[in-house]
Design a binder for this molecule. Structure first.
Ligand code: GTP
Ligand code: MG
Length: 195
């Protein structure tokens, strides 16, 4: 996939700000600081268009990026960060529900998990939540550069078993550092966008 043009369309805090053009979308989901924004940047080869941070909670709104005038990537705030107040958590829940339950042009979600760790209960809940809306899920097992090659299969198996990934979904080992997994992630996304 050749990315010729990318830009941010809007940082949306609520539904009325979402872009109105009916082009297909791929949304991100995953724990705070797991690497959602880094995944987008690597896929579109822009260093920091989707703002990243070593501190959790960087992305706070739904950020819509337009790629080649063809589709949107939607970066979302992460979950599972302990230092978040009850009211902020409720606001996050409403933001997610408003988007995932109603967004018609959403084609698939890339659920980003850390390949080094067993998926958390929050990850399991998120996977089930997306399946409840009958959304295809690509599970992106990121930070692949941080484990030894010999550990890969075992970690991937743990992720499949913990999330109970359904046969029609995809598990893609990925590194935003090295770009490993990028081609497979593009091929998979294009299937959802064109299909
Ligand atoms: P929030 O916006 O807070 O929800 O976080 P996020 O999921 O968007 O995470 P972000 O992309 O900001 O990355 C968090 C940290 O992880 C940053 O310091 C990144 O550089 C690092 N990181 C992300 N992906 C990778 C990866 O594949 N390998 C390595 N080594 N580091 C990564
Ligand atoms: Mg982010």
């Amino acid at each position: 996939m050749k990315v010729n043009y990318v830009d941010i369309v809007i940082s949306a805090a609520s539904k009325k700000q979402y872009p109105k053009d009916p082009i297909p979308e791929i949304a991100l989901a995953g724990r705070s600081n797991v690497g959602k924004s880094s995944f987008i940047n690597k896929m579109i080869q822009r260093k920091n268009l989707a703002r990243t941070s070593s501190k959790p909670g960087k992305t706070q709104t739904l950020n819509f990026y337009i790629i080649n005038e063809e589709f949107h990537f939607v970066d979302v705030p992460g979950y599972g960060y302990a230092k978040v107040s009850k009211s902020e958590r409720a606001k996050w829940g409403r933001m997610m529900e408003e988007y995932f339950a109603e967004r018609e042009q959403l084609r698939a979600t890339a659920l980003v998990v850390d390949i080094r760790h067993k998926p958390t209960e929050d990850d399991q809940m998120m996977y089930d939540y997306l399946k409840h809306f009958e959304l295809p899920v690509m599970v992106i097992a990121t930070k692949l550069d941080k484990i030894k090659k010999g550990q890969r299969q075992k970690q991937l198996k743990t992720i499949i078993q913990t999330l109970e990934i359904e046969d029609e979904d995809n598990l893609i080992p990925f590194s935003a550092e090295t770009g490993e997994g990028k081609d497979l992630a593009w091929r998979t996304m294009l299937q959802y966008l064109n299909g």
